[in-house]
Design a protein around this ligand. Structure first.
Ligand code: ADP
Length: 540
């Protein structure tokens, strides 16, 4: 594994006058005007600030004003006012703003990516996935919203006489709590369908990555969405989360399973819905007929994209006995050939972890596995020479159930290899544990892999690909089974979670009661006869 360490400043965000509080040791100094323009988008009146640090050097990048619970309440007042007007805006007009956002995202991608890399420390190629995903989401929902949201005719109880329509009514204001791992994508992607469906949003991005989320809010403004429609608040989850849930008509959360349970409990108290996209311990299966080069290349992306800080990334690889050695040789070689570094340029195959807490968690898993007898086939070390929180892409063999990384999510660049003898056993082991987010299968025989996929208890299964094939297919639902979540983002499900279906039934001629002096008993007999006829006619 080679290291590259040449910082390459770029974009409009670097190089201007600095924040007076800036740390002189910082490698990157954000333009103060640029930061002010972003932070002025916040509802935050506490007078307190907190630092956002760059994981590239550990030094503060900017100071973010902190919100109070009263700011959250004010955000809801503004959002509700804006939503009342927005709900009357035709869907075509909302969609046109979404397509302008699409173009803005593509035009401004260099700036977006610079900020994501500075704030998260990820490799530039992984940062590119973020504007890409938002552009895909904006286009998909802009082009489908009218179809999904349009009033739909349904069958009435009495054919010809009962006219039934279903309207999709916006829920109101959606609270979105998003994580740091995809700071731009996760802050925006669930909100776009919410806006198209006629809702407003109050967003609480993770404290560590506020700038990327605020840039997203600014781009929405530039695309022509009313500014008050998208409120942003800042602060620690346990402090700002409860008032955020208190004010919301629906909550959308992406993060850990532990926090997801807390949020689901608070939503249940208020009888509001929520969607939760949570953790995973995602399996990848290499069947004996797999193309091993393709599987090894896929396994590198599956395990080390975004330094493994990705809900759908692979942490367990099950390989058929017959091809185990040949697969492992290729996988290790490709991993060792990766270019490692935490810099702004395109050269790195993997960036750094985001924080000291992430470094501690990942190294604890590696150290525990090694202490209990696991073998390190690649990586295994922290690399302070590349960044304060850098950990090498790590492949482990001989991982057993008493090791923490066997069943617990590492959320880092650490993957364990296991052999299997028969496929049913591989599927059973892939299904062990409580998670059920994403799986991958590599095989020449697509039909056989697809039939195996039906037995895997995961919300998505990718065949001959790690996760991108399902994740980027916006017309298909994305989410977790079991402890990996509740509800789905993307597709029809991803927009209709933000609406209340409202049934409007118009009855003609017939009344649902005896007519013309008919007795209740005769009416019951007539209805019974009708039911028998309807069944014979094959009606639903
Ligand atoms: P991680 O442990 O990886 O940081 P979390 O699930 O704790 O993941 O964080 C994801 C998001 O949830 C962040 O925006 C965080 O601020 C927020 N959060 C954390 N705790 C709570 C809470 N009790 N209520 C609401 N939001 C929370």
């Amino acid at each position: 594994m080679s290291g590259s360490a040449n910082p390459q400043p770029g974009g409009p965000l670097l190089g201007g006058p600095a924040d007076p509080e800036h740390d002189p040791s910082a490698a990157y100094v954000l333009d103060r005007g640029y930061v002010d323009r972003l932070t002025s988008r916040l509802q935050a009146s506490s007078g307190r600030t907190f630092a956002v640090n760059s994981p590239i050097d550990g030094a503060p990048l900017a100071h973010i004003p902190a919100s109070t619970p009263a700011d959250v309440a004010e955000a809801y007042v503004r959002a509700r006012r804006a939503q009342a007007a927005w709900a009357r805006v035709p869907v075509e007009t909302r969609a046109a703003a979404m397509l302008r956002l699409h173009d803005l995202i593509l035009d401004r991608q260099a700036e977006i990516i610079d900020l994501i890399v500075l704030e998260s420390g990820k490799a530039r190629k992984h940062a590119f996935d973020e504007p890409l995903h938002i552009a895909l989401t904006a286009r998909y929902y802009a082009r489908t919203a009218e179809r999904f949201l349009g009033t739909e005719r349904r069958g009435g109880v009495v054919p010809g006489l009962t006219r039934v329509e279903v309207n999709q009514v916006p829920k109101g204001v959606v609270g979105i709590i998003s994580p740091w791992n995809y700071p731009f994508t996760m802050a925006l992607c669930d909100g776009l369908p919410a806006l198209l469906a006629g809702n407003a949003v109050v967003a609480k991005p993770d404290e560590q990555t506020m700038l990327s989320a605020l840039l997203g809010a600014r781009l929405l403004d530039e695309a022509g969405f009313p500014e008050d429609l998208w409120q942003v608040v800042a602060g620690p989850g346990p402090e700002i989360g409860p008032p955020l849930i208190e004010g919301a008509d629906y909550v959308c959360f992406t993060g850990s399973t532990a926090t997801g349970r807390v949020i689901a409990g608070q939503c249940a108290e208020r009888l509001i819905g929520c969607s939760l996209e949570l953790g995973g311990k995602n399996p990848l299966l290499v069947l004996r007929d797999a193309d091993l080069e393709r599987a090894a290349e896929g396994a590198v992306r599956a395990s080390f994209s975004n330094a493994g800080q990705l809900c759908v990334s692979t942490e367990r690889i099950f390989v058929a006995d017959q091809v185990y050695d040949r697969f492992v040789e290729r996988f290790v070689a490709r991993t060792e050939a990766m270019t490692l570094g935490a810099t702004l340029d395109w050269g790195n195959d993997m960036g750094t972890l985001v924080s000291q807490a992430q470094l501690d968690r990942v190294m604890a898993h590696i150290d525990d596995a090694v202490a209990h007898g696991a073998r390190v086939l690649a990586g295994g070390r922290a690399r302070p020479d590349l960044g304060p929180y850098y950990v090498e892409p790590t492949i482990l063999e001989g991982v057993t159930p008493e090791m923490a990384c066997f069943a617990h999510e590492t959320f880092g660049p650490v993957v364990s290899l296991y052999r299997f003898h028969d496929e049913a056993d591989a599927v059973a082991r892939a299904n062990e544990g409580d998670y059920g987010l994403n799986a991958a299968i590599f095989s020449h025989d697509g039909a056989r892999a697809r039939s195996l996929a039906r037995h895997i208890k995961c919300g998505s299964v990718n065949i001959n690909e790690a996760f991108a094939a399902s994740f980027a297919s916006l017309d298909a639902p994305m989410g977790g089974m079991r402890s990996s979540g509740l509800g789905r983002r993307q597709s029809r499900e991803g927009i209709l979670r933000y609406t209340e279906p409202q049934t409007v039934a118009t009855q003609r001629l017939l009344r649902f009661a005896p007519m013309l002096g008919m007795s209740e008993e005769a009416y019951a007999k007539l209805m019974t006869a009708n039911l028998r006829v309807m069944k014979r006619l094959g009606r639903a």
